[in-house]
Design a protein around this ligand. Structure first.
Ligand SMILES: O=c1ccn([C@H]2C[C@H](O)[C@@H](COP(=O)(O)OP(=O)(O)OP(=O)(O)O)O2)c(=O)[nH]1
Length: 159
């Protein structure tokens, strides 16, 4: 199926390579309609990172992103890694601020029951570019009335 062309003008995402990501493919949309750019692990070829069950680690991407103003980057897990190995992002969605100029790192956690080897070039997570707004903050004396009121946390039941 051909997806409808995007008529919005595409934001430009700048990517700067650090030395340890030389030779790795740049993040790319893996299909026409993919929401995220796959992020690859920039760990040494001869030293995969071993994530033991229950442990977490910051995995380098070797990339600095220039997120355009008015957007954020959301670092999200890959469902295949989560389903097959219990590997997910601990802080999902990780927030990449548009003024961040450090290396993008991916905080992975092993919720599976086996050791997991993160190898160089492995696609470990995905980055979604999403619009954000800065709200104008107004302090108020009272919150406006609504039908829900203060009901939450399951107040409407499950059926
Ligand atoms: O998964 C992530 C999440 C964040 N970051 C980087 C980019 C982001 O802009 C910065 C700060 O992230 P966040 O705002 O979530 O962290 P914080 O704990 O609030 O720290 P800070 O005080 O530095 O904002 O860290 C990553 O590389 N990976």
């Amino acid at each position: 199926m051909k997806l409808a062309p995007d008529t919005r003008s595409a934001p430009v995402l700048g990517i700067v390579r650090m030395p340890h990501s030389q030779g790795l493919a740049l993040p790319a949309y893996e299909s026409d309609g993919a929401a995220g750019l796959d992020l690859r692990a920039a760990v040494p070829e001869d030293r995969p990172m071993i994530l033991l069950p229950g442990r977490r680690a910051l995995v380098p991407t070797g990339l600095i992103f220039e997120i355009p103003a008015g957007y954020e980057g959301q670092v999200r897990p890959r469902s295949g890694l989560a389903f097959k190995h219990g590997i997910t992002c601990l802080n999902t969605p990780g927030t990449i601020d548009s003024d961040y100029r450090g290396e993008l790192q991916v905080l992975l956690v092993n919720l599976g029951d086996e050791d997991f080897a993160i190898e160089r070039g492995m696609r470990i997570a995905q980055l979604v570019l999403a619009p954000v707004s800065h709200a104008t903050i107004e302090e108020r004396d009272l919150a406006g009335e609504t039908a829900r009121g203060a009901g939450g946390f399951g107040s409407t039941g499950t059926k």
